[in-house]
Design a protein around this ligand. Structure first.
Ligand code: BG6
Length: 482
């Protein structure tokens, strides 16, 4: 693992390894090698891992499981540019093959800033670590951001292709590892109820929301210059759109699933008028959870004149027979009123209402809402008669909540994805075509924004900038409440 001292490793990756071990899903010889520019020994990295596990593991702590993990922990100190350090790494993993029976099977996890990908991938090749020499498998795991735009994503894909065959490259989009996101496939394709109405004949529009209540925390270095759209629309939200809009794949094998997502992404249309069909915001000081919080420009490490957006909303079309004319609205933001990710399919109004206008005035549009997080589940909203002598109708919700229907708790996305890397199961990893198609959608929007001046301010703790509400209002619609 490269990037072991980073935020992601400590909060997600190292705890996920422990959780997998605790669930009995790792082989006894599983070994974890950290590589970083620290003057450390194995025990220092073990200590870092231990602290991360105690602070962030999902499953309960068991001494015997920790001992098993700890026995396989090694650390190799060095600079990414130092060939000697990579030779040391190669010796270390060969020793593990001999001592712990890892059989030459290696997954290289790159949780590092993108500008370091070329040097690390080059070193993996030069040192022979990446060589597909028939003695076990060699896989590479790439964390986002997967490029900064279409051109840089292509460069990265080309670079990877010179060292690793396509089936050895695993691009992480952790939203695909979420239970509720996978459940979208079950909901659509295991049932007869939804698919017949999953089209322009019945659907008015789709809203995909990823709202966060947190700010940028200590990630100024990563986030400034990247912004909300590159951070999560290019990957998570467009993947959710693809899964919502795509046709039924012939199977859930990686090739079949990727082919359908690619078709959906290729059919995506950006608004003709980007000023009308997109909105951008940056959080200003405000209140969150009863405490005052600073604005984005006052966060440590952010330039006082930064034009990076912390909120983005985009109206997209999907030009297929199924979806022509149905807008897909995507929005995301930091420091919003609540943390909530959902896909809401909003249906058309009934063509005729045989009720008094006053009796039906509180009736909204039917909706099927896939609640990705928190409060995972699915809600169906429809009109119902209010008890009493009048024929008054009002919206009610029918609810499926994971907590009530299942006793099993959901694994963390990274548990599922790390395990899939180790067993070589790629369907939950986007292919390079999807990554490039997503940048193709985003690039013109980013260029437009780059010329458009400052993002609109919104107070921390609010629902986003007024310009995002105006985008919906122009279409005669409104965002769902956070
Ligand atoms: C990451 C983004 O991909 O997803 C972060 O880089 C964001 O900015 C995070 O906070 C959210 O993940 P989750 O699983 O908490 O919704």
């Amino acid at each position: 693992m490269f990037g072991v001292t980073g935020d992601l490793a400590q909060k997600k990756l190292l705890p996920a390894i422990y959780d997998l071990a605790n669930r009995g899903l790792l082989p006894p010889g599983f070994s974890l090698v950290g590589f970083a520019r620290r003057d450390w020994h194995d025990q220092d990295f073990a200590k870092l891992t231990y602290d991360a596990v105690r602070a962030h593991a999902r499953t309960s702590f068991r001494e015997e499981v920790w001992k098993q993990v700890q026995e396989g922990i090694r650390f190799v100190p060095g600079e990414f540019s130092d060939p000697g350090a990579f030779d040391h790494l190669a010796r270390c993993v060969s020793e593990l093959d001999a001592d712990r029976g890892t059989s030459g099977n290696r997954a290289f996890y790159l949780s590092i800033p993108p500008h370091q990908f070329p040097v690390v991938i080059g070193q993996l090749e030069r040192s022979g670590l990446a060589a597909q020499d028939g003695r076990g498998w060699r896989r590479v795991v790439i964390e986002k951001p997967f490029g900064h735009d279409l051109a840089s994503a292509r460069d990265l894909n080309d670079l990877l292709a010179t060292v690793f065959p396509p089936y050895s490259v695993f691009r992480i989009d952790h939203y695909l590892g979420k239970e509720t996101v996978q459940n979208l496939l079950a909901l659509r394709f295991a049932n007869e109820l939804f698919e017949p109405i999953w089209n322009r004949g019945y659907v008015d529009h789709v809203q995909i929301t990823m709202a966060e209540d947190i700010g940028i925390g200590g990630r100024a270095g990563y986030y400034d210059g990247i912004g909300a759209a590159r951070d999560v629309i290019q990957n998570h939200l467009l993947q959710l759109l693809a899964l919502t809009a795509m046709e039924e794949p012939v199977s859930f094998a990686a090739d079949a699933l990727r082919a359908e997502k690619q078709k959906a992404l290729s059919a995506v249309q950006i608004p003709d008028d980007l000023a009308e069909g997109t909105a951008r915001g940056q959080y200003a000081a405000g209140w969150q959870g009863g405490v005052p919080v600073p604005g984005f420009l006052a966060e440590a490490g952010i330039a006082a004149d930064s034009t990076t957006e912390t909120y983005a909303a985009i109206r997209l079309g999907v030009d297929t027979r199924r979806w022509a004319g149905v807008p897909f609205y995507l929005r995301t933001g930091k420091r919003l009123a609540a943390r909530m990710t959902e896909i809401a399919v909003i249906f058309q109004r009934a063509p005729h209402l045989p009720f008094n206008a006053t009796d039906a005035r509180e009736l909204g549009q039917n909706a099927l809402v896939i609640r990705v997080q928190p409060d995972e589940g699915v809600t169906l909203r429809f009109g119902s008669k209010v008890p009493g002598s009048a024929m008054e109708v009002r919206d009610v919700n029918m609810d499926f909540a994971y907590g009530q229907s299942f006793t099993e708790s959901s694994p963390e996305a990274y548990e599922r994805l790390l395990l899939d890397v180790l067993i070589g199961d790629p369907p939950l990893f986007p292919g390079h075509e999807e990554v490039e198609l997503s940048w193709k959608i985003l690039d013109p929007i980013e260029s437009f924004w780059a010329e458009a001046g400052r993002p609109d301010p919104y107070p921390a703790g609010s629902a986003g900038p007024a310009s995002a509400d105006a985008l919906m209002a122009r279409d005669g619609r409104a965002w769902r409440r956070l």
